[in-house]
Design a protein around this ligand. Structure first.
Ligand SMILES: NC(=O)C1=CN([C@@H]2O[C@H](COP(=O)(O)OP(=O)(O)OC[C@H]3O[C@@H](n4cnc5c(N)ncnc54)[C@H](O)[C@@H]3O)[C@@H](O)[C@H]2O)C=CC1
Ligand SMILES: O=P(O)(O)OC[C@H]1O[C@](O)(CO)[C@@H](O)[C@@H]1O
Length: 386
């Protein structure tokens, strides 16, 4: 069985690659990072180390790599022969890889008509659907119709904290023990890929929203508030009492939004929240606040982890989501010269002010009630600054 995986980064190697190996796939990683690709081809294996007391290690074998910049034809050939395609490149890169995927699918269509599923494993709602749309932009009308019959783009939710790596071994990756990979069964074409650790569900929406608006919303608190308070790592931030209060409040607000939208069991949801807070406090993981905070413009988007749960909470309870609003305010204050979106966000604020910038990145209507709540919190969080 052959898998082609775009993005040999933290989630690619540390999560998707490791489950594919255990399901007996040979995984060909496609990436633009030549050093990683060369190392994959040389070593043909790498270690995944669990961030826990015993540091249990899995050696992932049957792997190779292709540099998509220098060898696009090899990527096309790999797609022709693939049994599954997965991605973990980041939401903004899906459009970038879509042309090469389209070329691969066009070549495949000429050589065989076996069904194939392409699963985007990104922190976003509708990742595979977006990739499908972007791939379609490179196809003719006729190709779109015939491709629809055999190429599936099931949406997915992936959950495993994999921090940036600082190992001597370029390929080794340290991951938290917990993981969850949920895939939309109804969009699968042909036989369902049999991968231990994948949960197939008919309707992904409740799963992806529960994950994004709990794990990612929660993580955004120590990231943005922590950075604002001067902390460098998630662990340091999580040990601060203010951060703990804000994360509990924010997850109660997003929890209420989720419970009222999807009728989740209140007690089970609280257990889910508590477990996630414990995961953020894992002493064996050192995660920089800047990794979790990366891409603040995307994270302040209308359907992402902060604005959407805050808006739903306002709608369903009529109450102010002030813990989420504090986190949104600290995201607006996020500064990092290494992060293109952070630099752009600060430029927008300098030129247009907070209110207009928030409206623009979050696509909130003028006069949306969340805006004054966030503006008030921008003042309130000043007391947190050390
Ligand atoms: N790290 C984590 O804990 C989690 C990350 N995710 C999601 O997984 C995705 C990947 O995140 P990470 O692995 O953390 O990021 P990462 O930065 O470690 O990996 C991304 C990889 O994509 C590669 N890449 C960039 N442009 C490319 C292109 N044009 N073609 C092929 N490869 C390209 C990069 O070189 C890099 O190796 C993101 O959508 C993220 O939200 C989801 C759950 C957990
Ligand atoms: O990968 P993104 O969307 O940039 O955000 C980082 C988030 O992803 C995770 O790594 C896992 O979902 C969280 O640790 C964090 O909330």
């Amino acid at each position: 069985m052959l898998a082609v995986h775009f993005g040999a980064g933290n989630i690619g190697r540390g999560f998707i690659g490791s489950l594919l190996y255990q399901a007996n796939y040979h995984t060909t990683f496609v990436d633009v990072n030549d050093a990683v690709i060369q190392e994959l081809n040389e070593k043909q294996q790498y270690n995944v180390v669990l961030a826990s007391e015993n540091s249990e290690t899995l050696t992932v074998k049957n792997v190779s790599g292709i540099n998509s910049i220098t060898d696009p034809d090899k990527v096309v050939e790999a797609i022709v022969n693939a049994d599954i395609i997965t991605t973990a490149v980041g939401p903004n890169i899906l459009a970038v890889i879509s042309e090469l995927i389209a070329k691969g699918l066009q070549a495949r269509m000429k050589s065989n008509q076996h069904p194939l599923n392409i699963i985007a494993c990104e922190n976003m709602i509708g990742g595979s659907s977006l990739l499908k749309e972007k791939v379609a932009e490179h196809l003719t009308e006729e190709e779109r119709t015939s491709f629809d019959a055999i190429f599936g783009f099931p949406d997915a939710a992936v959950d495993r904290i994999v921090p940036n790596q600082a190992n001597d071994d370029l390929l080794e990756v340290s991951v938290e023990p917990y993981y969850e990979w949920v895939v939309e069964e109804t969009a699968i074409k042909g036989a369902k890929p049999s991968i231990d650790g994948v949960t197939y569900v008919a309707d992904l929406k409740p799963y992806i929203e529960r994950k994004l608006f709990t794990v990612n919303t929660g993580h955004a608190v120590p990231a943005y508030i922590g950075r604002y308070m001067g902390y460098a790592t998630i662990n340091e931030a999580m040990n601060d009492q203010h951060v703990q209060e804000i994360i509990k409040g924010a997850l109660t607000e997003s929890g209420e939004a989720l419970i009222q939208t999807y009728q989740f069991d209140r007690e089970e949801h609280q257990t889910y929240i508590n477990k996630i807070i414990q995961r953020f406090m894992n002493p064996y993981i050192s995660d920089e606040v800047t990794r979790v905070a990366r891409g603040p413009i995307r994270k302040l988007g209308p359907n992402d982890r902060l604005i959407r749960p805050a808006s739903i909470y306002l709608d369903v309870t009529g109450k102010e989501p002030f813990h989420l609003a504090k986190t949104i305010a600290s995201a607006l204050e996020y500064e990092n010269e290494q992060d293109e979106e952070a630099v752009k966000l600060q430029q927008m604020i300098t030129e247009d002010g907070y209110e207009k910038t928030l409206q623009s990145v979050s696509e909130l209507d003028v006069g949306h009630p969340l805006i004054p709540i966030v503006l008030t919190e921008l003042e309130m969080i000043k007391s947190l600054k050390k």
